[in-house]
Every structure is written in structure tokens, then in C-alpha cells.
Design a binder for this molecule. Structure first.
Ligand code: GRF
Length: 223
């Protein structure tokens, strides 16, 4: 099977980026991360990519007068990569509807909540103040509607007594690192396809991997 070409967009730390790179390598998936693009020149994740020999690019949003101009520059950079899939991994810019349409079905995001609950920012604070007992993360297709696209995979963690936003975020992040690479492989292997606004899992992919659309943290009681 020919190598699938993946582009990863980041803005900061890049721990999901590292998890994706490491899992692709350790599972010998035919996935090549052809470029990591950041909208911030100082994003920590750039160094993580470079240390693994992955080409990086910067499209600095502060250099553009409008969102559309930035999105167009980003789009041009991505088109040059001939990507099969583009994934947002802590990419902190809202993308225009034109950008989302250009990559329809080929653009994924990971959001740190169980969507449709707790869209937007400070999701762990939102979960704690709502008093929910379970929280988690969601991999979804990106559409023009923020944090709203079709859901591909979710992982669930408990909210424990005494949790702060930081302790809860750390528990969720561990699950993000597991479920995002799996979801990416499920799409790039041809196992999961977006059909009429819903992800359809054929159960058969061309990669050696397990696809678990819903992961449950080991701390969550099963009864
Ligand atoms: C993650 O929590 C992700 O869900 C959210 O932004 C954070 C990025 O973290 N979209 P990292 O840069 O991957 O470490």
C-alpha cells in the first residue's frame, strides 16, 4: 500500500503530535507525516517534529490582516503537501468555512471534552463546574461550525473527587494520546469514511491496527 500523507497543524506544546508520530512509527503504519505546520513560530511542538526529522513550516497568523488571508496562505501551504489527511493537534485558530470546505472529509480535530458537551475553551473547568461525573475527548471531522463536526471517536475518563482542571486535563490528555492516532489510522486505512455527514466504520482497514471508537479509562468503574 502506498504511504499515506499526513499534515499536522499545531499551535503549542505538541504532545498529541508526538503521540501521533510515535504511534505511526511503532505500529509501522504506512503513514508519512509530510509536514508539521504551526501558526506560532515559538510552538514547542516544532522542535519535537524536527528532532524526529519531520519537515516543519510556519504560517504566522500575526502577519495577516484578515482571517481569510491567513487561511488562504495556510491552504496554499497544505496544498503543496498533497496531503491525504490534515489533523489539528492543539491548533488554536478558528478556520473559515471556505478552508473547511476545501478539505471536507479530510480534516480532523481533537477536542478535550465529550462533544457535544463543553465546546470552546476551558473545557475541563466547564466540566468541573457542571459537576459531570465523566469527561473525555472527541475526535471529529472539522466543519465550519466550531467543535460541531461528525464524531469519529471518543474516550471517557472519570471526574474524581478533588479533581482540579489540571488533574482532569492530565487524565484526559493520556486518552487523547491513545485515541487520536487510532482514529487517524482508521481514516487513512480506508476503514472509516465520512458518508452523508456520518462516519461509517466498515470494520475492515488495510493497516495492521485496532480501531476502538470509544476508549474507557481504567479508573472508570465498569459497574
Ligand atoms: C489538547 O488538549 C487538545 O485536545 C486541544 O489542545 C490541546 C493540545 O495539546 N485541542 P498538545 O499541543 O497536543 O500537547
Amino acid at each position: 500500500m502506498p504511504m499515506k500523507r499526513l499534515v499536522i497543524l499545531i499551535s503549542g506544546r505538541g504532545s498529541n503530535l508526538e503521540a501521533i508520530l510515535d504511534r505511526c512509527a511503532s505500529n509501522h503504519w504506512p503513514i508519512e507525516v509530510v509536514r508539521v505546520i504551526s501558526n506560532r513560530p515559538d510552538a514547542q511542538g516544532l522542535a519535537a517534529a524536527q528532532s524526529r526529522g519531520v519537515p516543519t513550516g510556519i504560517v504566522d497568523h500575526t502577519g495577516f490582516l484578515t482571517r481569510e488571508a491567513f487561511d488562504q496562505a495556510l491552504l496554499n501551504e497544505i496544498l503543496g503537501c498533497r496531503a491525504d489527511l490534515i489533523v489539528l493537534a492543539g491548533f488554536m485558530r478558528v478556520l473559515s468555512s471556505g478552508f473547511c470546505r476545501a478539505f471536507e472529509g479530510r480534516l480532523l480535530n481533537i477536542h478535550p471534552s465529550l462533544l457535544p458537551a463543553f465546546k470552546g475553551l476551558k473545557t475541563h473547568e466547564q466540566a468541573i463546574s457542571a459537576g459531570v461525573k465523566v469527561h473525555g475527548c472527541t475526535v471529529h471531522a472539522v466543519t465550519a461550525d466550531l467543535d460541531h463536526g461528525p464524531i469519529l471517536a471518543q474516550a471517557i475518563v472519570p471526574v474524581l473527587l478533588g479533581d482540579t482542571a489540571a488533574t482532569l486535563a492530565a487524565r484526559v490528555l493520556l486518552m487523547e494520546h491513545q485515541i487520536y492516532p487510532m482514529a487517524i489510522a482508521a481514516v487513512l486505512s480506508g476503514r472509516c469514511r465520512l458518508i452523508d455527514g456520518r462516519w461509517v466504520d466498515s470494520g475492515v482497514g488495510h493497516f495492521k491496527h485496532e480501531y476502538v471508537p470509544c476508549l474507557v479509562d481504567k479508573n472508570l468503574p465498569s459497574h
